[in-house]
Design a protein around this ligand. Sequence first.
Ligand SMILES: [Zn+2]
Length: 334
Amino acid sequence: MNKADLVYISRLYKLFKPFYSGMGHVLMFHRVGKNDDQVFTGDLQVSPEFLEITLEYFISRKIDVVSLDECHRRISSKTRAKRFVTFTFDDGYADNLTHALPVFEKYNAPFAVFLTTGFPDHKIVLWWYLLENLVMNVDKVEFVDGGRSFLYGTATEDEKKDAFWKIRRYIMQSKQEELLPRLKNIFSTDQKGLLGLTREMALSWKQVRELSNHPLVTIGSHTVNHMALSQLPEEKVYTEIEDAIEIIQEKTGKPVAHLAYPYGIASTVGPREIKIASQCHVKTAFTTESSNLLKRHTKNLFALPRIEMTEGWDDQYFDLYVNGFTPFVHKLIR
Ligand SMILES: [Zn+2]
């Protein structure tokens, strides 16, 4: 269903409000920036202007912008709490400090960063950006991996797009131990070369501390290595979650009380992961199930939904979402 269709039937949305608007909304972002060269990875980024539009949408409707702790308090409250929205940013990009924080300071509004500790530890290869740079800048991509030769023409726009999604799929299929050698082959560089972008784009620990010490910011955990937890042995799921909490607490001197699962979709977070998270001394854990916070979610605080935000939404599109129409449609077509 495209946006025009949604707008066409928008008069219906008010019917859904009593059932699907819920008690509040948790929004998910990744990056905030001004760079619009990104063709394939652009949906991970919104502009500071869009962030302001989003804040103003909620503030003008008297919906409280609250921290994760307050979100938790209101969800767990036995009495009906005032409707609220919580802003969260995943992974740990440096622009959360340089571009997002000034916007939140302007509105005196809180937000949270779910940090993957491998970002400031410079251990996560931001291969999706490397891949985009590669296909955009050459006419063909050629590499040998696992004894096979690969060749993709990347001269035209269509070829670039095709190659990006095919190579992305190939990388995502890698087992944990295959990933690094595979990336070295694809990008014909060593580990240092692969991690160059991470050093540029990820928050440093100094920046994490700066955010953590800011009264408007909460740092949550997004695991150590950002892996699909459902693919890991049980023992490793515990260490991914618990080690990240411990590392962040040690580096910031503050308790970590909230978790967001990497990827957060049903294929990566199941009952096993939700149960493990419930044993890791956090108050809440968030998936990327696309929904407002409904009454049924209060029964399990370790599988709370979030709305992924995309640049370009206008008031009407927000209305459709926060009143429950779009999440309802998502459920129907899933
Ligand atoms: Zn993530």
